[in-house]
Design a binder for this molecule. Structure first.
Ligand SMILES: NC(=O)c1ccc[n+]([C@@H]2O[C@H](COP(=O)([O-])OP(=O)(O)OC[C@H]3O[C@@H](n4cnc5c(N)ncnc54)[C@H](O)[C@@H]3O)[C@@H](O)[C@H]2O)c1
Length: 346
């Protein structure tokens, strides 16, 4: 039987990612309810994607209560994730929550506890991990050919939420609703990706986070230095003033490096060099264009979650994973405010 889904929030991510990638997976997934406080948005979504017979709701509590639903997608502004995920967990629904998990460490812990209590899956939609470019990089890194990883570096940037949201940045620039600006919105994408590619946990951060260009009270650019628990270090940047969109990583190991770059012609390469033994360390032994699979990060993330629910297999981006990434971002904000290194509190 197909996994039956209710989606809360019928905005941009639902239109661009969730509904199309459920509709193209119809042998495995069925959309049972579309919910938005603005009823017309749910109706328009159903019409656009030909979701015949779908239930249109305006009250999310009615959706999580439905007996004909197995899983809930929480696709609303960040501050609502906590309440909705906990409400869904209480009604024993598996949950896919959009990134960031929520906007405070305490709220994240409550969400994890609620899901654990009823034994449902809580997956956080950190979609960069699913991008075929990053999947290829991870596969290569996991071969161990780089040797010990010493440094990781990353950058994500786009032109800002007003371009994503069609001219009005809406709740993205209201700290109470979003938790912050570029750093929590997309900094969490690149940081989560680096945690996963490098296989490291962040112990401390030191950050510059500012509003450089936009007429917003939240940040539009940030740069963060990290010390990992194993003593190695790294850095990342998040920007809402970068045109065109880019996502870049550099993973440095003892014997070479992996570089990924979305937004350029060669999206993922690995270079393995000699390690000395009297030879020139700049001598490249292997230059590998990593093989990129088909599809998109959004599509793979959604199909993966549906498969996990169907097979009763715990998704690998758990609530804890989402909470760890968010804790680093919150520590970065604290560091920028205090002007000093801050320990990450998980
Ligand atoms: N994974 C990604 O790459 C990615 C990309 C963009 C956005 N997101 C995340 O997706 C989430 C939604 O972002 P978006 O860009 O779709 O925002 P959006 O503003 O386009 O959509 C949010 C929708 O939620 C609805 N809503 C608000 N309160 C509600 C309530 N109480 N009940 C039901 N519906 C309610 C709004 O009316 C709106 O239609 C955010 O957490 C954002 O960070 C993830």
């Amino acid at each position: 039987m197909a996994v039956r889904v209710g989606i809360i929030g019928c905005g941009k991510i639902t239109e661009r990612a969730s509904v199309p990638n459920l509709v193209n997976y119809k042998e495995k997934a069925e959309i049972k309810a579309l919910c938005d406080i603005v009823e017309d948005k749910a109706v328009a979504m159903a019409e656009k994607f030909g979701c015949k017979g779908v239930n249109i709701e305006t009250d999310w509590k009615r959706v999580v209560k439905r007996k004909d639903i197995d899983a809930i997608f929480v696709n609303t502004p960040n501050y609502l994730h906590e309440e909705m995920a906990i409400g869904a967990a209480k009604k024993r629904k598996h949950i896919l929550v959009e990134k960031p998990i929520t906007i405070s460490n305490k709220a994240a812990r409550k969400m994890i506890k609620a899901a654990d209590k009823t034994g449902v899956f809580l997956m956080i939609e950190q979609t960069q991990r699913f991008d075929p470019v990053h999947q290829a990089a991870k596969k290569f890194i996991d071969t161990g050919k780089l040797g010990k990883i010493n440094m990781v570096k990353g950058r994500i940037g786009h032109a800002g939420p007003e371009y994503w949201a069609g001219g009005n940045e809406g709740w993205f620039s209201d700290k109470k609703l979003s938790g912050g600006g570029a750093m929590i919105d997309i900094g969490i994408h690149i940081l989560d990706l680096l945690r996963w590619l490098g296989g490291k946990e962040v112990a401390e951060v030191c950050a510059n986070i500012k509003t450089l260009e936009k007429p917003f009270s939240v940040d539009d650019n940030g740069s963060v230095l990290m010390r990992f628990t194993d003593g190695t270090f790294g850095q990342f940047e998040a920007s809402w003033t970068t045109r065109p969109y880019e996502v870049m990583t550099w993973i440095y190991g003892e014997r070479g490096k992996v570089h990924t770059a979305i937004g350029t012609e060669i999206p993922a390469v690995a270079r393995i060099a000699t390690t000395g033994e009297g030879k020139d360390p700049n001598c490249v032994l292997e230059d590998i264009n990593l093989e990129i699979g088909p599809g998109s990060g959004w599509e793979s993330a959604i199909h993966y979650f549906i498969d996990c629910v169907a097979k009763k297999e715990k998704p690998f981006i758990t609530g804890e994973e989402g909470a760890k990434s968010m804790a680093v971002i919150l520590a970065a904000y604290e560091s920028a405010e205090k002007g000093k290194w801050v320990r990450v509190k998980y």
